[in-house]
Structure formats: structure tokens, C-alpha cells
Design a binder for this molecule. Structure first.
Ligand code: ADP
Ligand code: ADP
Ligand code: ZN
Length: 217
């Protein structure tokens, strides 16, 4: 089962992917997490990616596609994966079709997580992530048990450099311009399922689970 979580920054893709992956024992393939891992290791790709991430722009398609292709080709993705944050452009969506074709796989469905902009800003402004495992938290909506410590791995929590007001605005604009065309792209392919993601975390999980169960053969 290959699922895509499609939605604006802050719609809860990472939060929900974590839960769905546990339920189905699938790997969580998050392009943003992969880039942040490169940043931390100071690889050439990390240095390149940082120059785009810092200003809220998308990393160029060719390097992004190559990175995700390599990840999806690993053996743990043979039974599927939950994609979070990829694809974000039409070129990436077309490339993903080819990648899955080459792997003898197909897309099961695309879950589109709809949330109004004012709620997104509130969520992104209070987001904290684990430096070690990248699990997302929110100071008010999803606080850790102990301040500044990850419930899952004990890692230290921090605010992402790009979760600042100016960069948040740029990322929402980039999403509007470059990613929203994918809604129609997947609608035409009959793969799109919209979820009201402006509900409590548990309610959104339930809505996603209902849809995914209906997609299972
Ligand atoms: P969010 O969780 O807020 O949606 P991500 O962690 O997915 O943000 O992405 C952070 C940044 O990483 C993006 O602003 C962009 O610079 C880069 N990035 C992540 N995924 C992609 C992608 N599929 N294509 C291009 N750039 C990406
Ligand atoms: P994305 O991966 O789409 O950028 P995240 O999963 O990182 O989104 O969530 C963004 C922020 O909003 C995080 O701080 C997270 O704890 C919080 N959050 C996620 N889902 C909800 C929800 N349904 N209600 C309130 N806050 C949420
Ligand atoms: Zn952690």
C-alpha cells in the first residue's frame, strides 16, 4: 500500500503519518525529514537544500526526486510506504508514477488534508520537533509529557528554523502556487480523497483510517 498525504505545511501530515505507519507497519517517507537529516550530517545535498529551505522555497525537482527514489527503492518499502511532503510539484508527481512503475508498485490513494490558512499559521508557530527522531509536537495542541523532551525517544525538542512568520508565509504561498495543482492531478486520476483536517488529532486519524479501510482490497 502506497499512500500520499497531501496538504499544506502544518496540515498534520507528519503527525498523522506517524500514527498510520504504526497501524500498518509501513515506513514513513517524509521528504522534509530526509532533507533535515542531510542538513544535520552536512552532506552536499544538505548544504544545497538549506539554501532553499531557509527561505521557504522548494528544493529543485531533480535532486528531490533522486533522493525519494533512492528511499523508495530500499527493501523496507517493498510492501508500501506513507509519503509525506512528496510529491509537491507536478514534475514530482509524474516522476513518482514512473518510480512506482519501475518498482512494480502502484499508488493506492492520495489523502488530501484540508485546513484553513489561519489555523495553519497557529499550528506552525507553536510547532516543536524532536532533534533526534523529528516527531512533531505543539506547545498547546500536542505538548510532550515533559517540556522540551520527546515522548518517543527522549530527544531534545526545538523549533524549526523555517517555522518563523516570514518563512511560514513564503511556504504557504509556494504551496498555493506549486502544490495545489496536484489536487486536480490526482482527482483526474481518481485517487484523491479529501479529509477535513481541521479537527482534533484523534478525529483526523479516525477519518483517515475510515478512508484507508475503504481502499483496501
Ligand atoms: P512541512 O512539514 O511544513 O510541510 P516539510 O518538512 O515537508 O515542511 O518541508 C520543509 C522544507 O523542505 C520545504 O519548505 C522545502 O524547502 C523542502 N522540501 C520538503 N519536501 C520537498 C519536496 N517534495 N520538494 C521540494 N522541496 C521540499
Ligand atoms: P505537517 O507535517 O503537515 O507540516 P505537522 O504534523 O508537523 O504538519 O503538524 C503541524 C503542527 O500542528 C504540529 O505542531 C502538530 O503538533 C500540530 N497539529 C497537527 N495536527 C493537529 C490537529 N489536528 N490539531 C491541532 N494541532 C495539530
Ligand atoms: Zn524523538
Amino acid at each position: 500500500m502506497h499512500l500520499i498525504l497531501l496538504g499544506p505545511p502544518g496540515s498534520g501530515k507528519g503527525t498523522q503519518a506517524e500514527r498510520l505507519c504504526k497501524q500498518w507497519a509501513l515506513p514513513h517517507v517524509a521528504s522534509g525529514d530526509l532533507f533535515r537529516d542531510h542538513l544535520k550530517r552536512e552532506t552536499d545535498l544538505g548544504k544545497l537544500a538549506r539554501s532553499y529551505m531557509d527561505i521557504g522555497q522548494l528544493v529543485p525537482d531533480d535532486v528531490t526526486i533522486a533522493m525519494v527514489k533512492e528511499r523508495l527503492s530500499r527493501s523496507d518499502c517493498r510492501g508500501g510506504a506513507i509519503l509525506d511532503g512528496f510529491p509537491r510539484t507536478r514534475a514530482q508527481a509524474e516522476a513518482l508514477d514512473l518510480i512506482l512503475q519501475e518498482l512494480g508498485q502502484q499508488l493506492t490513494g492520495v489523502l488530501f488534508m484540508a485546513v484553513p490558512d489561519d489555523v495553519l499559521i497557529e499550528r506552525l508557530s507553536g510547532r516543536r520537533i524532536c532533534l533526534q527522531c523529528q516527531a512533531p509536537y505543539h506547545v498547546a495542541f500536542s505538548p510532550p509529557r515533559e517540556t522540551k523532551t520527546c515522548d518517543l525517544c527522549g530527544g531534545e525538542l526545538c523549533q524549526r528554523d523555517d517555522d518563523q512568520p516570514e518563512t511560514i508565509k513564503a511556504r504557504l504561498d509556494v504551496y498555493q502556487q506549486q502544490t495545489t495543482p496536484l489536487i486536480e492531478f490526482y482527482q483526474v486520476a481518481n485517487l484523491l480523497h479529501e479529509v477535513d483536517a481541521n479537527m482534533d488529532i484523534d478525529q483526523v486519524t479516525d477519518a483517515l483510517l475510515t478512508i484507508i479501510h475503504s481502499l483496501q482490497p
